[in-house]
Design a protein around this ligand. Structure first.
Ligand SMILES: [Zn+2]
Ligand SMILES: [Zn+2]
Length: 159
């Protein structure tokens, strides 16, 4: 199987019939993630894919093992996270199946299956609602903006 890194697309003609299991190493910074605030700190990620190809459909299951950073909700320091969610998506070129909203079309323009969306969703679902650099992060002073983890100011501290 072949994987186009920038768009996480797999050319259909590289997917054999039946079940294929393959692990890809991805240069994380090359992929067009388009996820606001997330910065991909790890140089490389590992994408494990199980792909089942039948006559009319392609089922993709997988997991991205990678680290990324988001700003701490209180002090904006970078916080490292790993992806915890897996992906599962079905693609088809059978018009009868495409009425199912869970089924995505195979792109006939370039003959690829694009898994960027499900992988992006897995990353976003892995994001904590309130990322913290540490549980007791004291945050930035709302008056003068100093980082209260490292400095004191005259404005006191109300948690
Ligand atoms: Zn913090
Ligand atoms: Zn202050």
């Amino acid at each position: 199987m072949r994987l186009i890194e920038e768009t996480l697309s797999i050319p259909i003609n590289s997917i054999p019939r039946g079940t294929t299991r393959e692990t890809f190493t991805i240069q994380m910074k090359k992929v067009l993630w388009d996820i606001p605030d997330a910065d991909f700190s790890s140089e490389e990620g590992t994408l494990d894919l199980d792909i089942i190809r039948t006559e009319y459909e392609i089922i993709v299951r997988g997991f991205l093992d990678a680290e990324f950073t988001v700003p701490c909700a209180r002090c904006l320091a970078p916080v490292v996270f790993t992806v915890t969610e897996g992906i599962e998506r079905m693609y088809s070129w059978n018009p009868d199946m495409l009425s199912d909203p869970e089924v995505e079309p195979v792109s006939h323009n370039d003959g690829t299956v694009c898994i960027l969306d499900p992988v992006r969703e897995a990353i976003i679902f892995s994001l904590p609602a309130m990322p913290l650099c540490k549980q007791d992060c004291r945050g930035l002073c709302p008056k003068c903006g100093i980082n209260r983890n490292f400095e004191e100011c005259e404005h006191g501290f109300e948690a």
